[in-house]
Design a protein around this ligand. Structure first.
Ligand SMILES: Cc1cc2nc3c(=O)[nH]c(=O)nc-3n(C[C@H](O)[C@H](O)[C@H](O)COP(=O)(O)OP(=O)(O)OC[C@H]3O[C@@H](n4cnc5c(N)ncnc54)[C@H](O)[C@@H]3O)c2cc1C
Length: 399
């Protein structure tokens, strides 16, 4: 089937990427990720060779200058070969947040950080969540204050992807902190925080999936950062961070589509092969109807994810508005993890008792996609955004 939303170049890119990833990912790679709780070095090198790190960064700083649709393709294809979702996260977090440094960082920071990020030599994460506040960013406790020729940061962040990667490999997190303490979210500043700095102490959590990627927290004790690590203007961080979240949310929709459609393809293969009461499972309408429903839903998510990313690309060219992109991205990110979870769960059910074994690919994917009901903005926050846009009368024309 033709993917109407891809250009010829994007179609060719997808084909060559799929072939490349299938060649590099094997059962041994997935076992390594799960057992050693890390992504094998050979896979990181293979990703770097295909320019999959931070590919939206402009060519001036070593990136591939991808648009968001092409960035979504990478997410979808990685999800098809890595059911643990680890490489998807290792890809999508740095991709989305290096883009923010490229768009809003200072020239000095871009020259210092982006060439290393695009080679996969250092990690780039995002840190807004804290132990006592995630969705309600205006109440965070981490603060940033001007100090001499730079800033001083104090506080703590929790449930952050890539803390181990950024502190061992090197790199840091695009971080949000309060500067004007009386202004709520309108007083938040965005900046780059190296996790190798003096005064940072990291801790790691055990998560239910995505084993190859770390999640954890870090304390920030009087950490000094230079002025050139500021991203955008002081007290304007809340507005910029949403642009990063929206890119990540759109890619997540493609990741969920890739993971769920692959799980459904596995279900189809099993349904054709496995016989009960003298017939292949595929012959029973009791199997066909849910398959048809999950397949349609995931194809809709996929179409909508790419459409939303395309609207974001158009927004950058002045051809779409912020409201259009916010709403369409939120709609894709709302349904992608919820429907992907159901579709993958169906695939597990089809495979009988094997579906519940740790060997079954689908239970790995189920645990991975579940994370996207929270990460980069919860399902409830997506509903709030959609309702705000619809009720606010900014609902778009022509749809
Ligand atoms: C695997 C994983 C990786 C993550 N990685 C990162 C990361 O790299 N960087 C980072 O900054 N954060 C990260 N997070 C944190 C994530 O962004 C937060 O979990 C999310 O923003 C929600 O914050 P919270 O957990 O504090 O929940 P809360 O904001 O406390 O909300 C609790 C529940 O209430 C709901 N809720 C809140 N307000 C409302 C409302 N007004 N109406 C209705 N429902 C509401 C929420 O949707 C949620 O279900 C990660 C989370 C996970 C699970």
């Amino acid at each position: 089937m033709e993917d109407w939303f891809f250009t010829e170049e994007q179609r060719m890119f997808r084909e060559s990427l799929r072939e490349y990833l299938q060649h590099h990912f094997s059962l041994e790679v997935i076992e390594h990720i799960e057992e050693k709780r890390e992504i094998p070095k050979a896979i990181i090198e293979a990703m770097a060779e295909f320019e999959l790190f931070c590919p939206m960064v402009s060519e001036d700083y070593g990136g591939a200058g991808f648009d968001l649709v092409t960035a979504g393709i990478v997410g979808e294809e990685l999800a098809r070969v890595d059911p643990t979702g680890s490489t998807c996260v290792y890809y999508l977090v740095p991709a989305s947040w290096s883009r923010i440094i490229d768009l809003y960082g200072t020239e000095e920071a871009k020259q210092e950080l982006l060439p290393k990020m695009t080679k996969g030599e250092i990690f780039c994460g995002i840190a807004s969540t804290e132990a006592d506040t995630g969705s309600d960013l205006g109440n965070m406790i981490t603060t940033i204050k001007p100090d001499g020729d730079g800033y001083v940061v104090n506080g703590a962040k929790n449930y952050i992807s890539g803390v181990r990667e950024a502190s061992t490999l090197g790199g840091g997190h695009v971080t949000l902190a309060r500067q004007d303490l009386d202004a709520g979210v309108r007083g938040c500043t965005l900046f780059y925080l190296p996790l190798t700095a003096d005064g940072i102490e990291i801790s790691q959590d055990r998560e239910m999936g995505r084993e190859g990627m770390s999640t954890g927290g870090f304390r920030i004790d009087n950490v000094k950062i230079p002025k050139h690590y500021l991203i955008g203007e002081e007290n304007k961080g809340f507005y910029i961070i949403h642009e990063g979240y929206e890119a990540a949310r759109g890619i997540i929709a493609c990741v969920c589509a890739g993971a769920a459609l692959k799980a459904l393809e596995n279900a189809v293969a099993y349904m054709k092969e496995r016989k009960t009461f003298g017939q292949p499972l595929a012959r029973y309408q009791g199997m066909q109807f849910p398959l048809a429903e999950h397949w349609s839903k995931m194809m809709m998510v996929r179409d909508w994810g790419y459409k939303a990313l395309r609207i974001m690309d158009q927004e950058k060219q002045g051809k779409a508005t912020r409201f259009e992109s916010s709403q369409s991205i939120a709609m894709a990110k709302l349904w992608a993890p919820l429907w992907a979870f159901d579709a993958i769960n169906f695939s597990m059910q089809v495979q009988g008792a094997y579906g519940y074994s740790l060997e079954c690919t689908e239970q790995k994917a189920l645990r991975a996609v579940r994370s996207f009901g929270w990460a980069e903005g919860t399902s409830e926050v997506m509903r709030l955004i959609i309702a705000r846009e619809v009720l606010g009368g900014t609902a778009w024309k022509g749809y």
